[in-house]
Design a protein around this ligand. Sequence first.
Ligand SMILES: Cc1ncc(COP(=O)(O)O)c(C=O)c1O
Length: 491
Amino acid sequence: MFEIPLAELVLEKLDRNDKTPLQRQLYQIIHDFINSGKLPPDRKLPSSRFLSKEAGISRITVSLVYERLVTEGYLYSREGSGTYVSKVVTPLKQADSVPAMKPWVYSERGARLLLNESSPPQPMGAFIPGIPDVSAFPFHIWRKILAKYYSKKYIHLSGYAESGGYMPLRKAIASYLAVSRSLQCDPDQIIVTFGTLQSLDLCTRLLSDAGQEAYIEDPTYWATASVLEAAGLKVHGMPLDQEGMVLEDEMISANAKFLYVTPSHQYPTGTVMSMQRREKMLALARKHQLWVIEDDYDCEFRNDEQHLPTLQSMDQDHQVIYFRTFSKSMFSGLRLSYMVVPPALAPAMRRAISNLYLPGMLQLQAALAEFIDEGHFYRHIKQMRTVYQERGELFRHELKRVFGRKIKISEGNSGLHLMATFDSLLSFEQFSLCASRHGLIVRQPYYRKATQNGLCMVLGYGGVPTGEIVQGVARLQQVFIEGERGLFFSG
Ligand SMILES: Cc1ncc(COP(=O)(O)O)c(C=O)c1O
């Protein structure tokens, strides 16, 4: 009885000349009908087969839209009976009662920031990239050390932090870098920050003006461009080849300020920047007076023998700023990271971090210093390196075994993720919605320039227990089977 009106309403609203994908249009139409009360609570929706036939949309598109509305709480399904409009007040209904923000409220860069990519919808799970396995972290030791510093005996650590960070932590980091990375620096050159993005934000504020330009790898870490653009910089995504970022002298504008690279394990492709390319980047930076930001985000988990020197240690001209985070080696919620800056830049950087953020959390920094000095940090990394290596090998093996010639996987075996391109007719949007039905979160690599890369994904395996990898790949396969079957039957 109800089925005919909804299909008609949908047909009336769908605009086939609009470039917006039908899936997004259909989602918006049903979503608006629910919000406006045209579809009241407990109203049964037509079956996906019926709506697909009547509205001339593929069945998988309709199913994916229903699926998403169920996940978001707008619809619920009753086994064997169908799909209904939810009774509960939906999150958007609550939002509706708040007056909508006028678009002119946002600055131009603010509006751009809101349009940019965001972090994954949930903090953990298969196959979110960049997530370490926290289940193996020695929390019992960490808790004991933390408790010690969060006590009356250390009350003097309850105030603001010295700018640049707690000196014993900076000393511990300097010794660790010398041993593990052959990177020699004075603790004075180390600036402790609260996440890599804060390090980057500080660099942009202290070292650049709006309108200047930055060169980044394409693809890269999604958040980098956001921070650079929020500082008013013009961002250029540069392509990669098998040696790393491709950048030539004549490409660099007179307004250029930053070069941001991930040489030891390019994010997300995994390419290692060759020695010649490293030298070239430094020479270009020297000639054009650029700051080189070297983000060594997950170098702990490189397991090949060929550990090339960091740009920081090759730098004769004091133009490299080295970034490192504890998010991968400890856990991401810790929010501790650091920069190694050229000696002459250190006093200004310390003043800048203090003037902008007035840092604190000395107890946490003291606990981390002790955790490193007592060898717990190194032991944990050593253990996890083996775990991630095994996981990486197993994951690659399983993906190749299951998908055979239908998959192309990025080279190398290190870090916590890999990049894979699947030979499939499914769009990423279709695939990710199907995947969420199987409890999987998948992410696309972040490209600045549109590419014809097929169905490409960055798949994180670091946080997936070894025993669940085989099952996880089987679930991925199931997503493909169901997704492609849906496409086939819906024509
Ligand atoms: C290239 C790169 N740098 C840094 C980070 C981590 O940054 P943070 O220190 O803010 O956790 C990530 C996270 O995935 C990353 O991919």
